[in-house]
Ligand binder design. Structure first.
Ligand code: CAO
Length: 470
Protein backbone atom coordinates (compact mmCIF):
# COMPACT_ATOMS: atom_id res chain seq x y z
CA UNK A 1 0.00 0.00 0.00
CA UNK A 2 1.22 3.45 -0.75
CA UNK A 3 -0.53 6.40 0.77
CA UNK A 4 1.10 9.76 1.26
CA UNK A 5 -0.45 13.02 2.31
CA UNK A 6 -1.43 14.79 5.43
CA UNK A 7 -5.12 15.15 4.78
CA UNK A 8 -6.87 13.91 7.91
CA UNK A 9 -9.28 11.71 6.04
CA UNK A 10 -6.40 9.94 4.39
CA UNK A 11 -4.66 9.57 7.74
CA UNK A 12 -7.82 8.11 9.16
CA UNK A 13 -8.23 5.79 6.27
CA UNK A 14 -4.67 4.53 6.41
CA UNK A 15 -5.54 2.42 9.41
CA UNK A 16 -8.07 0.41 7.47
CA UNK A 17 -6.86 -3.02 6.61
CA UNK A 18 -8.50 -4.05 3.46
CA UNK A 19 -9.56 -2.88 0.09
CA UNK A 20 -13.04 -3.81 -0.88
CA UNK A 21 -14.13 -3.28 -4.41
CA UNK A 22 -17.37 -3.56 -6.10
CA UNK A 23 -18.80 -2.61 -9.37
CA UNK A 24 -21.46 -0.14 -10.29
CA UNK A 25 -25.03 -1.16 -10.54
CA UNK A 26 -24.68 -0.96 -14.31
CA UNK A 27 -21.81 -3.35 -14.31
CA UNK A 28 -23.66 -5.57 -11.91
CA UNK A 29 -26.48 -5.78 -14.40
CA UNK A 30 -24.14 -7.69 -16.66
CA UNK A 31 -24.30 -11.43 -16.11
CA UNK A 32 -20.67 -11.58 -15.09
CA UNK A 33 -18.77 -9.05 -13.10
CA UNK A 34 -15.35 -8.18 -14.42
CA UNK A 35 -12.55 -8.16 -12.00
CA UNK A 36 -11.17 -4.67 -12.21
CA UNK A 37 -7.84 -3.15 -11.55
CA UNK A 38 -7.51 -2.34 -7.94
CA UNK A 39 -6.10 0.52 -5.99
CA UNK A 40 -3.40 -0.90 -3.84
CA UNK A 41 -4.76 1.01 -0.91
CA UNK A 42 -6.45 -0.71 1.88
CA UNK A 43 -9.03 1.90 2.42
CA UNK A 44 -10.64 3.44 -0.53
CA UNK A 45 -13.51 1.48 -1.92
CA UNK A 46 -14.33 2.35 -5.37
CA UNK A 47 -16.52 1.76 -8.30
CA UNK A 48 -15.04 0.28 -11.36
CA UNK A 49 -16.50 0.82 -14.78
CA UNK A 50 -15.50 -1.18 -17.73
CA UNK A 51 -16.12 -1.18 -21.36
CA UNK A 52 -15.39 -4.37 -23.12
CA UNK A 53 -14.36 -4.83 -26.70
CA UNK A 54 -12.94 -7.91 -28.31
CA UNK A 55 -9.45 -8.56 -29.55
CA UNK A 56 -8.36 -11.88 -30.92
CA UNK A 57 -6.79 -12.96 -27.67
CA UNK A 58 -9.67 -12.01 -25.42
CA UNK A 59 -11.65 -9.12 -24.08
CA UNK A 60 -9.97 -5.80 -23.56
CA UNK A 61 -11.06 -4.24 -20.33
CA UNK A 62 -11.10 -0.49 -20.14
CA UNK A 63 -10.46 0.74 -16.65
CA UNK A 64 -11.84 4.12 -15.79
CA UNK A 65 -10.47 6.09 -12.90
CA UNK A 66 -13.40 6.10 -10.57
CA UNK A 67 -14.61 8.36 -7.84
CA UNK A 68 -12.18 8.09 -4.95
CA UNK A 69 -14.33 10.29 -2.75
CA UNK A 70 -13.47 13.39 -0.76
CA UNK A 71 -14.30 15.53 -3.75
CA UNK A 72 -11.27 14.39 -5.73
CA UNK A 73 -12.09 14.86 -9.39
CA UNK A 74 -8.65 14.42 -10.89
CA UNK A 75 -5.24 13.04 -10.08
CA UNK A 76 -1.81 13.50 -11.57
CA UNK A 77 -0.18 10.44 -13.10
CA UNK A 78 3.21 10.46 -11.39
CA UNK A 79 4.73 7.26 -12.72
CA UNK A 80 3.89 4.36 -14.98
CA UNK A 81 5.30 1.03 -13.89
CA UNK A 82 4.24 -0.63 -17.13
CA UNK A 83 4.29 0.19 -20.83
CA UNK A 84 2.06 -0.92 -23.66
CA UNK A 85 2.68 -4.56 -24.51
CA UNK A 86 3.88 -5.46 -21.02
CA UNK A 87 2.47 -8.56 -19.47
CA UNK A 88 1.17 -8.04 -15.97
CA UNK A 89 0.08 -10.40 -13.29
CA UNK A 90 -2.32 -9.81 -10.50
CA UNK A 91 -1.03 -7.34 -7.91
CA UNK A 92 1.63 -5.95 -10.23
CA UNK A 93 1.92 -2.21 -9.85
CA UNK A 94 0.48 -0.34 -12.82
CA UNK A 95 1.05 3.27 -11.96
CA UNK A 96 1.21 5.83 -9.22
CA UNK A 97 -1.28 8.67 -9.15
CA UNK A 98 -1.36 11.64 -6.88
CA UNK A 99 -4.27 13.79 -5.80
CA UNK A 100 -3.93 16.87 -3.66
CA UNK A 101 -4.49 14.55 -0.74
CA UNK A 102 -2.48 11.39 -1.32
CA UNK A 103 -0.36 9.28 -3.61
CA UNK A 104 -1.88 5.96 -4.54
CA UNK A 105 -0.29 2.98 -6.26
CA UNK A 106 -2.69 1.26 -8.60
CA UNK A 107 -2.21 -2.47 -9.08
CA UNK A 108 -3.61 -5.02 -11.44
CA UNK A 109 -5.98 -7.73 -10.42
CA UNK A 110 -5.59 -9.43 -13.79
CA UNK A 111 -3.17 -11.52 -15.62
CA UNK A 112 -2.98 -10.00 -19.06
CA UNK A 113 -1.29 -7.59 -21.44
CA UNK A 114 -1.38 -3.82 -21.20
CA UNK A 115 -2.82 -2.61 -24.48
CA UNK A 116 -3.10 1.09 -23.91
CA UNK A 117 -1.96 3.77 -21.46
CA UNK A 118 -4.22 6.79 -21.67
CA UNK A 119 -1.95 9.39 -20.07
CA UNK A 120 1.57 10.72 -20.15
CA UNK A 121 3.52 11.32 -16.96
CA UNK A 122 2.33 14.46 -15.16
CA UNK A 123 -0.92 14.46 -17.09
CA UNK A 124 -4.13 14.96 -15.24
CA UNK A 125 -6.26 11.83 -15.15
CA UNK A 126 -9.92 12.58 -14.71
CA UNK A 127 -12.33 10.62 -12.60
CA UNK A 128 -14.61 8.64 -14.85
CA UNK A 129 -12.18 8.57 -17.78
CA UNK A 130 -10.14 5.53 -18.90
CA UNK A 131 -6.72 4.96 -17.37
CA UNK A 132 -5.51 1.77 -19.10
CA UNK A 133 -6.77 -1.05 -21.33
CA UNK A 134 -5.82 -4.60 -20.38
CA UNK A 135 -6.27 -7.58 -22.61
CA UNK A 136 -7.01 -10.30 -20.12
CA UNK A 137 -6.11 -13.95 -20.41
CA UNK A 138 -9.46 -15.26 -19.25
CA UNK A 139 -11.36 -14.46 -22.39
CA UNK A 140 -14.03 -17.04 -21.90
CA UNK A 141 -14.92 -15.93 -18.41
CA UNK A 142 -16.22 -12.55 -19.31
CA UNK A 143 -19.21 -11.22 -21.04
CA UNK A 144 -19.11 -7.87 -22.73
CA UNK A 145 -21.33 -5.06 -21.62
CA UNK A 146 -21.21 -2.50 -24.36
CA UNK A 147 -23.57 -0.27 -22.48
CA UNK A 148 -21.06 0.38 -19.80
CA UNK A 149 -19.14 2.61 -22.15
CA UNK A 150 -21.93 5.13 -21.88
CA UNK A 151 -21.68 5.17 -18.12
CA UNK A 152 -21.13 8.74 -17.03
CA UNK A 153 -18.54 9.85 -14.58
CA UNK A 154 -19.23 8.26 -11.25
CA UNK A 155 -21.88 10.20 -9.47
CA UNK A 156 -21.25 11.36 -5.96
CA UNK A 157 -24.56 9.79 -5.14
CA UNK A 158 -23.20 6.35 -6.02
CA UNK A 159 -22.52 4.20 -3.05
CA UNK A 160 -19.15 3.66 -1.59
CA UNK A 161 -18.32 1.54 1.33
CA UNK A 162 -15.40 1.01 3.56
CA UNK A 163 -14.39 -1.54 6.05
CA UNK A 164 -13.25 -0.33 9.43
CA UNK A 165 -11.85 -2.89 11.81
CA UNK A 166 -13.99 -5.62 10.38
CA UNK A 167 -17.14 -3.49 10.47
CA UNK A 168 -18.39 -2.64 7.04
CA UNK A 169 -20.13 0.67 6.57
CA UNK A 170 -21.96 1.66 3.45
CA UNK A 171 -23.00 5.20 2.73
CA UNK A 172 -23.03 7.68 -0.09
CA UNK A 173 -20.36 10.40 -0.11
CA UNK A 174 -23.09 12.92 0.76
CA UNK A 175 -23.97 10.93 3.86
CA UNK A 176 -20.31 10.55 4.76
CA UNK A 177 -19.86 14.27 4.45
CA UNK A 178 -22.89 14.91 6.64
CA UNK A 179 -21.45 12.56 9.26
CA UNK A 180 -18.03 14.18 9.05
CA UNK A 181 -19.42 17.70 9.35
CA UNK A 182 -21.22 16.63 12.50
CA UNK A 183 -18.24 14.68 13.92
CA UNK A 184 -20.05 11.39 13.79
CA UNK A 185 -18.28 8.08 13.29
CA UNK A 186 -20.14 6.02 10.72
CA UNK A 187 -19.24 2.87 12.64
CA UNK A 188 -21.46 4.11 15.48
CA UNK A 189 -24.51 4.63 13.31
CA UNK A 190 -26.96 1.83 12.58
CA UNK A 191 -27.88 1.87 8.91
CA UNK A 192 -31.50 1.23 8.00
CA UNK A 193 -30.98 1.12 4.26
CA UNK A 194 -30.58 -1.89 2.03
CA UNK A 195 -27.90 -4.26 3.36
CA UNK A 196 -27.43 -1.97 6.35
CA UNK A 197 -26.54 1.03 4.25
CA UNK A 198 -26.43 4.24 6.30
CA UNK A 199 -28.91 6.80 5.07
CA UNK A 200 -28.99 10.51 5.61
CA UNK A 201 -31.99 9.93 7.81
CA UNK A 202 -29.94 7.60 10.03
CA UNK A 203 -27.40 10.36 10.58
CA UNK A 204 -30.11 12.89 11.36
CA UNK A 205 -31.74 10.48 13.78
CA UNK A 206 -28.37 9.82 15.39
CA UNK A 207 -27.87 13.56 15.87
CA UNK A 208 -31.40 13.90 17.17
CA UNK A 209 -30.77 11.21 19.75
CA UNK A 210 -27.58 12.94 20.82
CA UNK A 211 -29.11 16.38 21.13
CA UNK A 212 -32.66 15.49 22.12
CA UNK A 213 -34.01 17.24 19.03
CA UNK A 214 -37.20 15.85 17.51
CA UNK A 215 -37.07 15.39 13.79
CA UNK A 216 -40.05 15.50 11.48
CA UNK A 217 -40.96 12.19 9.88
CA UNK A 218 -39.89 13.36 6.42
CA UNK A 219 -36.74 11.68 5.10
CA UNK A 220 -34.64 14.83 5.43
CA UNK A 221 -35.25 18.15 6.95
CA UNK A 222 -33.58 21.41 6.24
CA UNK A 223 -32.87 24.12 8.75
CA UNK A 224 -35.65 26.63 8.38
CA UNK A 225 -35.49 30.22 9.54
CA UNK A 226 -37.77 30.78 12.52
CA UNK A 227 -41.31 31.77 11.44
CA UNK A 228 -42.16 35.45 11.89
CA UNK A 229 -43.93 36.21 15.16
CA UNK A 230 -47.70 36.56 14.67
CA UNK A 231 -48.89 40.13 14.85
CA UNK A 232 -51.31 39.30 17.65
CA UNK A 233 -48.60 38.00 19.91
CA UNK A 234 -47.82 40.49 22.61
CA UNK A 235 -44.32 41.67 23.32
CA UNK A 236 -42.63 38.77 25.04
CA UNK A 237 -41.96 39.10 28.69
CA UNK A 238 -38.40 39.38 29.76
CA UNK A 239 -37.25 35.96 30.88
CA UNK A 240 -34.89 36.01 33.78
CA UNK A 241 -32.87 32.83 34.14
CA UNK A 242 -33.47 31.20 37.46
CA UNK A 243 -30.37 29.77 39.10
CA UNK A 244 -32.32 26.65 40.07
CA UNK A 245 -33.61 25.87 36.57
CA UNK A 246 -30.95 24.71 34.13
CA UNK A 247 -30.94 26.70 30.92
CA UNK A 248 -32.30 24.73 27.95
CA UNK A 249 -29.57 23.25 25.84
CA UNK A 250 -29.77 24.53 22.29
CA UNK A 251 -29.79 21.61 19.84
CA UNK A 252 -26.65 21.28 17.83
CA UNK A 253 -27.09 22.68 14.36
CA UNK A 254 -27.57 19.96 11.75
CA UNK A 255 -25.93 20.54 8.42
CA UNK A 256 -28.12 19.19 5.70
CA UNK A 257 -27.26 21.58 2.89
CA UNK A 258 -26.13 19.98 -0.32
CA UNK A 259 -22.66 20.93 -1.50
CA UNK A 260 -21.47 20.20 -4.95
CA UNK A 261 -17.96 19.71 -6.19
CA UNK A 262 -16.70 21.43 -9.29
CA UNK A 263 -13.41 20.61 -10.96
CA UNK A 264 -10.95 23.48 -11.16
CA UNK A 265 -10.63 24.61 -14.71
CA UNK A 266 -8.71 27.05 -16.85
CA UNK A 267 -7.15 29.96 -15.03
CA UNK A 268 -8.21 28.63 -11.65
CA UNK A 269 -6.19 25.53 -12.34
CA UNK A 270 -3.20 27.69 -13.24
CA UNK A 271 -3.70 29.59 -9.99
CA UNK A 272 -3.46 26.32 -8.05
CA UNK A 273 -0.15 25.50 -9.72
CA UNK A 274 1.36 28.96 -9.30
CA UNK A 275 0.26 29.37 -5.73
CA UNK A 276 1.45 25.89 -4.81
CA UNK A 277 4.84 26.81 -6.25
CA UNK A 278 4.70 30.05 -4.26
CA UNK A 279 4.34 28.01 -1.07
CA UNK A 280 7.98 27.03 -1.38
CA UNK A 281 9.02 30.68 -1.06
CA UNK A 282 9.76 32.00 2.44
CA UNK A 283 7.70 35.19 2.37
CA UNK A 284 8.90 38.23 4.28
CA UNK A 285 6.02 40.61 4.92
CA UNK A 286 6.44 44.35 5.37
CA UNK A 287 3.70 46.96 5.71
CA UNK A 288 3.54 50.73 5.87
CA UNK A 289 1.21 53.60 5.18
CA UNK A 290 1.71 56.17 2.48
CA UNK A 291 0.33 59.69 2.55
CA UNK A 292 -0.93 60.30 -0.98
CA UNK A 293 -2.44 63.73 -0.32
CA UNK A 294 -0.20 65.43 -2.87
CA UNK A 295 -0.64 62.66 -5.40
CA UNK A 296 -4.42 62.91 -5.03
CA UNK A 297 -4.10 66.61 -5.86
CA UNK A 298 -1.79 65.93 -8.79
CA UNK A 299 -3.99 63.23 -10.25
CA UNK A 300 -7.10 65.38 -10.02
CA UNK A 301 -5.21 68.01 -12.04
CA UNK A 302 -4.09 65.49 -14.66
CA UNK A 303 -7.23 63.38 -14.79
CA UNK A 304 -9.15 65.84 -16.96
CA UNK A 305 -6.24 66.23 -19.35
CA UNK A 306 -5.94 62.51 -19.69
CA UNK A 307 -9.67 62.07 -20.19
CA UNK A 308 -9.66 64.71 -22.90
CA UNK A 309 -7.24 62.33 -24.69
CA UNK A 310 -9.65 59.45 -24.11
CA UNK A 311 -7.64 57.74 -21.40
CA UNK A 312 -8.78 56.99 -17.85
CA UNK A 313 -6.08 57.97 -15.36
CA UNK A 314 -6.26 56.14 -12.05
CA UNK A 315 -3.51 55.99 -9.42
CA UNK A 316 -2.13 52.73 -10.75
CA UNK A 317 0.04 54.29 -13.48
CA UNK A 318 1.83 56.32 -10.79
CA UNK A 319 2.32 53.27 -8.60
CA UNK A 320 3.58 51.28 -11.54
CA UNK A 321 5.95 54.01 -12.68
CA UNK A 322 7.41 54.49 -9.22
CA UNK A 323 7.89 50.76 -8.81
CA UNK A 324 9.79 50.88 -12.05
CA UNK A 325 12.36 53.40 -10.93
CA UNK A 326 14.94 50.94 -9.66
CA UNK A 327 15.76 48.35 -12.26
CA UNK A 328 17.16 48.54 -15.74
CA UNK A 329 14.28 46.87 -17.52
CA UNK A 330 11.12 45.32 -16.25
CA UNK A 331 7.52 44.45 -16.90
CA UNK A 332 5.32 45.41 -14.00
CA UNK A 333 2.46 42.98 -13.51
CA UNK A 334 -0.84 43.99 -12.03
CA UNK A 335 -3.27 41.61 -10.44
CA UNK A 336 -6.56 41.99 -12.25
CA UNK A 337 -9.95 40.85 -11.09
CA UNK A 338 -11.60 39.61 -14.30
CA UNK A 339 -14.75 37.63 -15.11
CA UNK A 340 -12.49 34.57 -15.59
CA UNK A 341 -10.87 35.06 -12.20
CA UNK A 342 -7.55 36.47 -11.12
CA UNK A 343 -5.18 37.27 -13.98
CA UNK A 344 -1.86 39.08 -13.85
CA UNK A 345 -1.06 40.85 -17.12
CA UNK A 346 1.98 43.09 -17.17
CA UNK A 347 2.92 46.44 -18.60
CA UNK A 348 6.05 45.85 -20.63
CA UNK A 349 9.21 47.96 -20.29
CA UNK A 350 7.75 50.42 -17.86
CA UNK A 351 11.14 52.15 -17.62
CA UNK A 352 10.55 53.52 -21.12
CA UNK A 353 6.98 54.70 -20.59
CA UNK A 354 5.52 57.93 -19.25
CA UNK A 355 2.73 57.85 -16.69
CA UNK A 356 0.31 58.65 -19.49
CA UNK A 357 1.63 55.82 -21.67
CA UNK A 358 1.27 53.44 -18.74
CA UNK A 359 -2.33 54.61 -18.34
CA UNK A 360 -2.96 53.92 -22.04
CA UNK A 361 -1.57 50.39 -21.69
CA UNK A 362 -3.45 49.82 -18.45
CA UNK A 363 -6.71 50.87 -20.14
CA UNK A 364 -5.97 48.41 -22.95
CA UNK A 365 -5.20 45.57 -20.54
CA UNK A 366 -8.36 46.26 -18.55
CA UNK A 367 -10.49 46.17 -21.72
CA UNK A 368 -8.86 42.90 -22.78
CA UNK A 369 -9.34 41.48 -19.27
CA UNK A 370 -13.02 42.43 -19.20
CA UNK A 371 -13.52 40.82 -22.64
CA UNK A 372 -11.63 37.63 -21.66
CA UNK A 373 -9.05 38.31 -24.34
CA UNK A 374 -5.81 38.59 -22.41
CA UNK A 375 -3.28 36.37 -24.15
CA UNK A 376 0.12 34.85 -23.47
CA UNK A 377 1.88 38.02 -24.59
CA UNK A 378 0.17 40.04 -21.88
CA UNK A 379 0.28 37.35 -19.22
CA UNK A 380 3.92 36.27 -19.34
CA UNK A 381 7.26 37.85 -18.65
CA UNK A 382 6.39 39.86 -15.55
CA UNK A 383 9.22 40.91 -13.25
CA UNK A 384 7.33 42.44 -10.34
CA UNK A 385 3.64 42.59 -9.40
CA UNK A 386 1.36 45.16 -7.83
CA UNK A 387 -2.02 44.06 -6.57
CA UNK A 388 -4.51 46.87 -6.10
CA UNK A 389 -6.87 45.05 -3.79
CA UNK A 390 -7.84 48.46 -2.39
CA UNK A 391 -9.88 49.15 -5.50
CA UNK A 392 -12.24 46.52 -4.09
CA UNK A 393 -11.66 47.33 -0.41
CA UNK A 394 -9.54 46.58 2.61
CA UNK A 395 -6.41 48.10 4.03
CA UNK A 396 -3.72 45.46 4.54
CA UNK A 397 -3.08 42.22 2.68
CA UNK A 398 -0.54 39.42 2.62
CA UNK A 399 0.25 39.18 -1.08
CA UNK A 400 1.65 35.95 -2.43
CA UNK A 401 4.70 36.16 -4.69
CA UNK A 402 4.22 34.99 -8.26
CA UNK A 403 7.23 32.77 -9.03
CA UNK A 404 9.79 33.32 -10.48
CA UNK A 405 9.32 36.92 -9.32
CA UNK A 406 10.80 37.81 -5.96
CA UNK A 407 8.51 40.51 -4.58
CA UNK A 408 4.96 41.78 -4.76
CA UNK A 409 3.08 44.74 -3.30
CA UNK A 410 -0.59 44.95 -2.34
CA UNK A 411 -2.18 48.39 -2.33
CA UNK A 412 -4.88 49.06 0.22
CA UNK A 413 -7.86 51.32 -0.04
CA UNK A 414 -7.09 55.03 -0.25
CA UNK A 415 -8.86 56.64 2.69
CA UNK A 416 -9.24 60.13 4.09
CA UNK A 417 -7.92 60.03 7.65
CA UNK A 418 -6.73 62.55 10.24
CA UNK A 419 -2.94 62.89 10.53
CA UNK A 420 -0.51 65.36 12.09
CA UNK A 421 1.40 67.72 9.80
CA UNK A 422 4.87 69.16 10.44
CA UNK A 423 3.33 71.89 12.58
CA UNK A 424 1.59 69.36 14.83
CA UNK A 425 -1.77 70.31 13.40
CA UNK A 426 -4.35 67.65 12.64
CA UNK A 427 -4.98 67.65 8.91
CA UNK A 428 -7.05 65.69 6.47
CA UNK A 429 -4.74 63.20 4.75
CA UNK A 430 -5.24 60.69 1.94
CA UNK A 431 -3.72 57.54 3.35
CA UNK A 432 -3.08 54.27 1.56
CA UNK A 433 -1.53 51.20 3.12
CA UNK A 434 1.02 49.19 1.26
CA UNK A 435 1.83 45.54 2.04
CA UNK A 436 4.94 44.02 0.53
CA UNK A 437 6.01 40.40 0.37
CA UNK A 438 9.56 39.55 -0.57
CA UNK A 439 11.37 36.28 -1.13
CA UNK A 440 13.58 36.29 1.93
CA UNK A 441 16.08 33.97 0.27
CA UNK A 442 16.95 36.85 -2.03
CA UNK A 443 15.71 40.06 -0.42
CA UNK A 444 16.35 40.73 3.24
CA UNK A 445 14.12 42.85 5.45
CA UNK A 446 16.34 45.93 5.42
CA UNK A 447 16.46 45.97 1.61
CA UNK A 448 12.69 45.65 1.45
CA UNK A 449 12.27 48.45 3.98
CA UNK A 450 14.63 50.78 2.09
CA UNK A 451 12.83 50.05 -1.18
CA UNK A 452 9.48 50.77 0.47
CA UNK A 453 10.75 54.02 1.97
CA UNK A 454 11.95 55.25 -1.42
CA UNK A 455 8.75 54.15 -3.14
CA UNK A 456 6.76 55.94 -0.47
CA UNK A 457 8.83 59.12 -0.64
CA UNK A 458 8.31 59.40 -4.41
CA UNK A 459 4.57 58.99 -4.07
CA UNK A 460 4.34 61.37 -1.09
CA UNK A 461 6.28 63.97 -3.04
CA UNK A 462 5.26 63.36 -6.63
CA UNK A 463 7.16 66.45 -7.69
CA UNK A 464 10.42 64.60 -6.89
CA UNK A 465 9.36 61.87 -9.28
CA UNK A 466 9.39 64.28 -12.19
CA UNK A 467 13.15 64.64 -11.89
CA UNK A 468 13.72 60.95 -12.49
CA UNK A 469 10.91 60.22 -14.92
CA UNK A 470 11.83 59.08 -18.37
N1 CAO B 1 -8.23 53.10 -3.11
C1 CAO B 1 -9.20 53.96 -3.44
N2 CAO B 1 -9.65 54.12 -4.69
C2 CAO B 1 -9.10 53.36 -5.65
C3 CAO B 1 -8.10 52.44 -5.38
C4 CAO B 1 -7.65 52.33 -4.05
N3 CAO B 1 -6.69 51.48 -3.73
N4 CAO B 1 -7.76 51.83 -6.52
C5 CAO B 1 -8.52 52.35 -7.49
N5 CAO B 1 -9.32 53.28 -6.96
C6 CAO B 1 -10.25 54.11 -7.68
C7 CAO B 1 -9.62 54.58 -8.98
O1 CAO B 1 -8.85 55.72 -8.76
C8 CAO B 1 -10.84 54.85 -9.80
O2 CAO B 1 -11.45 56.06 -9.34
P1 CAO B 1 -11.82 57.24 -10.35
O3 CAO B 1 -13.06 56.80 -11.00
O4 CAO B 1 -11.92 58.41 -9.46
O5 CAO B 1 -10.67 57.35 -11.32
C9 CAO B 1 -11.77 53.71 -9.41
O6 CAO B 1 -11.33 53.28 -8.11
C10 CAO B 1 -11.73 52.54 -10.36
O7 CAO B 1 -10.39 52.19 -10.63
P2 CAO B 1 -10.06 50.86 -11.45
O8 CAO B 1 -10.13 49.68 -10.56
O9 CAO B 1 -10.91 50.81 -12.66
O10 CAO B 1 -8.58 51.11 -12.00
P3 CAO B 1 -7.19 50.94 -11.28
O11 CAO B 1 -6.22 51.32 -12.33
O12 CAO B 1 -7.09 51.64 -10.01
O13 CAO B 1 -7.05 49.36 -11.00
C11 CAO B 1 -7.01 47.04 -11.55
C12 CAO B 1 -7.02 48.46 -12.07
C13 CAO B 1 -6.98 46.10 -12.72
C14 CAO B 1 -5.77 46.82 -10.71
C15 CAO B 1 -8.24 46.78 -10.66
O14 CAO B 1 -9.42 47.05 -11.39
C16 CAO B 1 -8.35 45.38 -10.12
O15 CAO B 1 -8.68 44.41 -10.81
N6 CAO B 1 -8.10 45.24 -8.78
C17 CAO B 1 -8.25 43.95 -8.09
C18 CAO B 1 -6.89 43.31 -7.93
C19 CAO B 1 -7.02 42.01 -7.18
O16 CAO B 1 -7.96 41.25 -7.36
N7 CAO B 1 -6.05 41.73 -6.29
C20 CAO B 1 -6.05 40.54 -5.53
C21 CAO B 1 -4.98 39.64 -6.04
S1 CAO B 1 -4.74 38.26 -5.01
O17 CAO B 1 -6.02 37.37 -5.28
Amino acid sequence: MTVRGSFPVIRRLVSVQHLHKWCSSRVQKAPLVYTPLSYNVSVIHQHRFFRTSYAAAGPILQFKLSDIGEGIMEVTVKEWYVKEGDRVSQFDSICEVQSDKASVTITSRYDGVIRKLYYDIDSIALVGKPLVDIETDGAGEQTPDQDVMETPTVSLEEHTHQEIKGHKTQATPAVRRLAMENNIKLSEVVGTGKDGRILKEDILNFIARQTGAILPPSPFHEIQPPPPAPAAVAKPKEIRPSPSIPAPVAPRPVFTGKDHTEPLKGFHKAMVKTMSAALKIPHFGYKDEVDLTQLVRLRSELKGVSESRGVKLSYMPFFIKVTSSYLAAHNIGLAMDTPQGLLVPNVKNVQMLSVFEIAVELNRLQSLGAAGQLGTAELTGGTFTLSNIGSIGGTYAKPVILPPEVAIGALGKLQVLPRFNAKDEVVKAHIMNISWSADHRIIDGATMCRFSNLWKSYLENPGSMVLDLK
